[in-house]
Design a protein around this ligand. Structure first.
Ligand code: ZN
Length: 61
């Protein structure tokens, strides 16, 4: 069964990405997040995206 879902960060359709609480993170974003550093230009964007997800997860628990 192929399960095609959109990545929660980049909206790319991905198969078998990492799933956390129903949100999907594609391999590209997962790797990007793993390498994310505070000096990165897009650091704040990533943190903002993560905060949005965290807020959702907190509501669910
Ligand atoms: Zn992605």
């Amino acid at each position: 069964m192929t399960d095609r879902v959109a990545c929660s960060f980049c909206n790319q359709i991905t198969c078998g990405g990492l799933r956390i609480h129903g949100e999907v993170i594609c391999p590209t974003c997962e790797e990007r997040l793993a390498r994310l550093g505070v000096d990165d230009e897009d650091y704040n964007q990533w943190i903002a995206a993560l905060r949005t997800l965290w807020a959702k997860w907190l509501k669910e628990t």
